[in-house]
Design a protein around this ligand. Structure first.
Ligand SMILES: NC(=O)c1ccc[n+]([C@@H]2O[C@H](COP(=O)([O-])OP(=O)(O)OC[C@H]3O[C@@H](n4cnc5c(N)ncnc54)[C@H](O)[C@@H]3O)[C@@H](O)[C@H]2O)c1
Length: 255
């Protein structure tokens, strides 16, 4: 699929992870120049094979100086910044009573404050360009509660509202802000819980499309939202969940 992103300059956070690294490769395949940022800079070494259109940057999205440095470096290296994708995230799997104040603070720091700091630093530069798109990777846990996701779900719900708030104020500067909410992605993050093929298959049977998402599925929607074809979409969170959210939470009827 050609998303008409040739020559665009992008920054992807969480680029060492399953979704982030797939997105970096897919953007590169579309002809983008990509700055790949992650706390775990060692795991980004595999991106070296993509050549000089991809640069790896150490990045802690919770630290404003680190964010400023990465955003400015990406901008200066490529001569501008068209696309920013906030992929970095942490998943706290604890019950309501087990969740500590620190768990809650850590979830908010990475999943909400991080995207806020990155978006603000990038939007300052995009404003001068008169255009840009910021895409936040949220989760369906941000719009429906499930057990053991108090801190995570709260942080992703806040990220959805951050998306709307930023879209509202940045639209006049030609900057779109959107979010993608994956369902269950077959990734390291999900495999901690779905740790056997049998469990994954069982889970997939409850998804209308009968399979887990792949990082590639998520990357495709991100690229569509970054593309000129999506130029009238802003402030939205788009679910990419195989229909998972369509199921009502009442007990299933027997027939
Ligand atoms: N995997 C899923 O099933 C799923 C479902 C819904 C939403 N998501 C969201 O998608 C995003 C990516 O998930 P993934 O499956 O690729 O997870 P992952 O754990 O493979 O990747 C997350 C990356 O974020 C990085 N990171 C964490 N804290 C950071 C920080 N302070 N600064 C910079 N980088 C930091 C980690 O080093 C890691 O490389 C997350 O925001 C996650 O919440 C994932």
């Amino acid at each position: 699929m050609d998303y008409a992103l040739q020559g665009k300059r992008a920054l992807v956070t969480g680029a060492a992870g399953d979704i982030g690294s797939t997105l970096v490769r897919e953007l590169h395949a579309q002809g983008c120049q990509v700055a790949a940022g992650d706390l775990d800079s060692d795991s980004m070494s595999g991106l070296n094979e993509l050549g000089d259109k991809v640069i790896a940057l150490p990045l802690d999205v919770t630290r404003e100086e680190s964010v400023q440095h990465a955003v400015q470096t990406a901008h200066d290296h490529f001569g501008g910044l068209d696309i920013v994708v906030n992929v970095a995230g942490v998943l706290c799997r604890k019950s309501f009573f087990e969740t500590t104040q620190q768990d809650f603070a850590d979830s908010l720091a990475v999943n909400v404050t991080g995207p806020f700091l990155v978006s603000k630093a990038a939007a300052r530069l995009m404003k001068d360009q008169g255009q840009g798109v910021i895409i936040n990777i949220s989760s369906i846990s941000g719009s429906r509660a499930i057990e053991n996701r108090t801190a995570y779900g709260s942080s992703k719900a806040a990220l959805d509202l951050l998306t709307q708030s930023a879209a509202l104020e940045l639209g006049a500067h030609g900057i779109r802000v959107v979010a993608v909410a994956p369902g269950v992605v077959d990734s390291r993050m999900a495999r901690v819980r779905l740790n056997t093929a049998q469990l994954r298959a069982e889970f997939a049977r409850n998804i209308p499309l009968q399979r887990l998402a792949t990082p590639y599925d998520i990357a495709q929607v991100v690229m569509f939202l970054a593309s000129p074809a999506a130029s009238y979409i802003t402030g939205e969170t788009v679910s990419v969940d195989g229909g998972l959210l369509t199921r009502q939470s009442l007990p299933r009827p027997t027939k």
